[in-house]
Design a protein. Structure first.
Length: 235
């Protein structure tokens, strides 16, 4: 379908039940052929009041970090700053800045940032994927808000490791068993949480136990996932 630069296509993307408490989700998006206007709205209709009801995408651009995917910015219908410390507790690997009222997290390889009433995301496959991500986040916020009295808020900021922090504790054998060409390339993937430390076979071969234990300790302290078998022994 070919549209003029000023013509906008609007259609219903989907409407379906997403939970057992008679919650319905619907998304409507508008797309301009020039690529400058993408508006996608994901809202929730419930029998009861919800904390966060609607998230509307206001901008969509190509994702520079991962060609072939998109990045978008969306507006929430309310400021959710008060919920962020609780999300920092329930989400593994989130990076929370209490002073700045923002949190960064990952969902299936997608990078998501939240600040007040704004949500931004990168490495998103397409608009349908964006809708799914928004629905997941809205439900997460509402569920966390509903249960916040039983959740201890975490106001601490997780430290993000640099590639050098990780690299200096790697075997540096460039064995390629992890699927990367060099230990440096693997350290980059670990820092961005795109790969698990267990993929480094040499690190767990028994020849680098001192480096292994120190690296696992640092990873654990900074909120990165480590092998469960070592979780109890790493102090």
């Amino acid at each position: 379908m070919i549209l003029s630069n000023n013509k906008i296509l609007t259609r219903k993307l989907r409407s379906h039940r997403i939970s057992q408490n008679f919650t319905e989700s619907f998304c409507v998006f508008s797309v301009s052929i020039c690529g400058k206007v993408f508006i996608l709205s994901c809202a929730s209709r419930k029998n009861k009041m919800v904390f966060l009801s609607e998230i509307r995408i206001t901008s969509v651009l190509p994702c520079i970090a991962k060609p072939g995917t998109i990045r978008f910015i969306a507006e929430l219908d309310r400021d959710i700053s008060e919920v962020l410390p609780y999300l920092n507790t329930v989400l593994d690997g989130a990076i929370y800045n209490h002073q700045g009222h923002n949190i960064t997290l990952k969902k299936g390889g997608r990078l998501v940032g939240i600040h007040g009433r704004q949500l931004s995301a990168g490495k998103v496959i397409d608009l349908k994927d964006a809708g799914n991500l928004i629905n997941w986040f809205r439900d997460l916020v509402n569920d966390t808000y509903d249960k916040k009295d039983s959740i201890k808020p975490n106001y601490e900021r997780r430290m993000r490791l640099t590639v050098l922090d990780i690299l200096k504790l790697m075997p540096l054998t460039n064995c390629k068993k992890c699927g990367e060409m060099t230990c440096t390339a693997f350290a980059i993937k670990i820092a961005s949480e795109e790969k698990h430390i267990l993929a480094c076979a040499d690190l767990f071969s028994g020849k680098f136990n001192e480096k292994r234990d120190l690296l696992l300790k640092i990873l654990k302290e900074c909120g990165y996932k480590i092998p469960s078998i070592f979780a109890g022994s790493v102090k």
